[in-house]
Write a protein that binds this ligand. Structure first.
Ligand code: GUN
Length: 283
């Protein structure tokens, strides 16, 4: 039977640490500031953006909201990013994705000053992670590392398998596990005999975007299973990429959905904002 990795509790702990750090900077006259840009009204984005703004308020981080119309031109968004890049009192710039189809996400992400890229999506920050330089780490994979470390799950020398190869989760996740001295495999939709690969994993991170795809046949007994997926099941309840009930007796530890990886993403975003302000202060 698996022990449950409580992402909500660990995220709360991190948020308390961030709140204390933000308070210390406030005592020195520095107000940690995050600019949050949303283009259009994608319903999921609205929920995420609301949560980000609310969490900022809870931790004493100032958030500047830019809610732009769906029809906003790419040039207009680029001009706003330029303005925020130049604004010395802005520590972080977050452009909520997805963007409307007429705007190039690649171009927008590349326009953000890497020193304010608290999402960790800029190619400079991706490159820094790959080469072991300091930069901003993408919040979801960074959150997964924190979950594992704070749950006492060893990574050094362990077999880790990441299922999924996105720029936002899979690839940086593999890099971060490598940095922890794990033996890392990335599996994806073209991987042959996926279950044979995932059954090697002491730590299995699943970010495939397929509802309840991972069943107990994919799990090595005692493995730690981290579920990055988020879906609705047939009765409209939240569920992940892992079939939680099926896997529960085989895994050694598991993250629930909701209450696993989800809360960690926002906690690490807040952490990155604090870190950006600290770097600004040191300059
Ligand atoms: N859309 C879904 N997840 C994210 C995220 O972590 N950051 C941004 N900017 N957009 C997202």
């Amino acid at each position: 039977m698996a022990s449950i990795i409580d992402g909500k509790a660990i995220a709360s702990q991190i948020k308390e640490e961030v709140k204390a750090g933000v308070g210390k900077l406030a005592d020195r006259g520095i107000s940690v500031t995050l600019a949050v840009i949303q283009v259009g009204q994608d319903p999921a984005s609205c929920v995420y953006v609301r949560n980000k703004k609310r969490t900022c308020a809870e931790l004493g981080i100032r958030s500047l909201a830019y809610d732009l119309a769906e029809e906003t031109e790419e040039q207009e968004l680029l001009a706003l990013i330029e303005k925020l890049n130049a604004q010395a009192d802005v520590d972080g710039i977050l452009v909520q994705l997805p963007l409307p189809a007429h705007i190039s996400e690649k171009k927008i992400i590349a326009a953000i000053d890497p020193a304010k890229d608290v999402d960790g999506f800029h190619p400079m920050n991706a490159g820094a992670l790959a080469t072991g330089e300091s930069g901003f780490l993408p919040c979801t994979p960074y959150g997964v590392i924190q979950l594992l470390k704070r749950s006492g799950i060893a990574l050094d020398g362990k077999e880790c398998v990441v299922v999924g190869r996105s720029n936002i989760v899979g690839k940086p996740m593999a890099q971060l596990l490598l940095r922890e001295n794990a033996t890392v495999t990335i599996a994806h939709s073209h991987t042959q005999n996926l279950a044979a690969v995932t059954r090697r994993a002491d730590v299995l991170v699943v970010a495939v975007g397929k509802r309840q795809m991972i069943t107990k046949e994919y799990i090595k007994p005692g493995a730690a299973v981290i579920d990055v997926g988020m879906h609705r099941d047939d009765s409209n309840k939240l569920c992940g990429d892992v079939d939680y009930a099926d896997v529960f007796d085989t895994a050694g530890a598991i993250t629930p959905v909701p209450g696993g990886v989800g809360p960690m993403t926002i906690a690490m975003l807040m952490y990155n904002c604090l870190e950006s302000a600290r770097r600004r202060m040191e300059k």
